[in-house]
Design a protein around this ligand. Structure first.
Ligand code: NAD
Length: 296
């Protein structure tokens, strides 16, 4: 008998998420283009599949955690892909961050082929993925969301149904646009205070009890030394990369164009991270934008 779950995309996020499904008692077969990632999954108790088509024919659930829209389209629509080989009725959960329009199209195509599909992107990063404390924001039918609960619960702690197909991705895009903007604003405020001789710890403490309080200030403060555990205090390593933020702001700006929405700060933030990335900082935590704003 085949595995209950097929998990495609065992990268930074997917490897931990698939491992949590295994720890939750499920049989999970994992696939990735990188053999090393599959080997790590097998070391955690996951199964190695002979062929993706064969595994899909046996599965009740397919989870995907892939880099971007094109990878997700290839995996679902390709000749050897999910729509071609999974059995009708299979539950399909895509947790990649992709364009809401693509998630809508795939959700509709899935329904036409007799699948139940939800878009279920996540917030919480690699730490949340390892701890099984991700926030899932899902789009699709209420029935699809209901069927996904036992699986999502093993990977996350806050599960939300936002609306129809694509809605989960829309929430994710809105959230990350706001996060990107708030990070730049927080970095600016800290730099301005420091240029006036203030201690950034004192500044952070007072703002955190005032109207400028925000999640970035308290959870990933961009000023080195303010929070020992934050990426800023560790050379901006191990956090949420500038290039990932840039990708998400790109999705926001593209979506704003197609919906004729004005996002002046979202577009400005995308440009700021783009310049920062081009200066060689793409792999650093997005809080490193603090250094870009430093007084010379
Ligand atoms: P990653 O690049 O580490 O992992 C993606 C994996 O997919 C890679 O191992 C790659 O080899 C594999 N892959 C690509 N095409 C494939 C294919 N056709 N078949 C099988 N495997 C394939 O990326 P990640 O950091 O795990 O992010 C995954 C998604 O989650 C992205 O959409 C990202 O925006 C989103 N996300 C990431 C974070 C984060 O902090 N890393 C947080 C929230 C959301």
């Amino acid at each position: 008998m085949g595995a209950e779950v097929v998990f495609i995309g065992l990268g930074t996020m997917g490897l931990s998420m698939a491992t949590n499904l295994v720890r939750g008692g499920l049989s999970v077969v994992g696939f990735d283009l990188m053999p090393d990632q599959v080997a790590k999954f097998v070391a955690e108790g996951g199964l190695r599949g002979e062929s993706l088509a064969g595994a899909l024919q046996q599965a009740k659930v397919v989870c995907t955690m892939l880099p971007a829209s094109q990878h997700v389209k290839d995996v679902y629509l390709g000749e050897d892909g999910v729509f071609a080989h999974a059995r009708p009725g299979t539950l399909l959960i895509d947790s990649s961050t992709i364009a809401p329009e693509v998630a809508r199209q795939l959700g509709q195509l899935a329904a036409e082929r007799g699948f139940e599909m939800i878009d279920a992107p996540v917030s919480g990063g690699p730490v949340g993925a390892r701890a099984g404390t991700l926030t899932f924001m899902a789009g699709g039918t209420a029935k699809g969301f209901e069927r996904a609960q036992p699986y999502l619960q093993k990977m996350g702690k806050a599960l939300y149904h936002a609306g129809d197909h694509g809605s989960g991705q829309t929430v994710k895009v809105c959230n990350n646009m706001l996060l990107g903007i708030v990070m730049i604003g927080t970095a600016e405020a800290l730099q301005l205070g420091m240029a006036n001789g203030l201690d950034p710890k004192v500044l952070t403490e007072i703002i955190s009890k005032s109207s400028g309080d925000n999640w970035v200030l308290n959870n990933c403060n961009p000023c080195p030394g303010v929070m020992p555990a934050a990426p800023a205090s560790n050379g901006y390593a191990g956090g949420f990369g500038v290039d990932l933020m840039l990708k998400d702001l790109g999705l926001a700006v593209e979506n704003a164009l197609s919906t004729r929405c004005s996002v002046p700060l979202g577009a400005l933030a995308r440009n700021v991270y783009d310049l920062h990335s081009k200066a060689g900082n793409g792999k650093l935590d997005y809080g490193s934008v603090f250094e870009m704003l430093a007084k010379s």
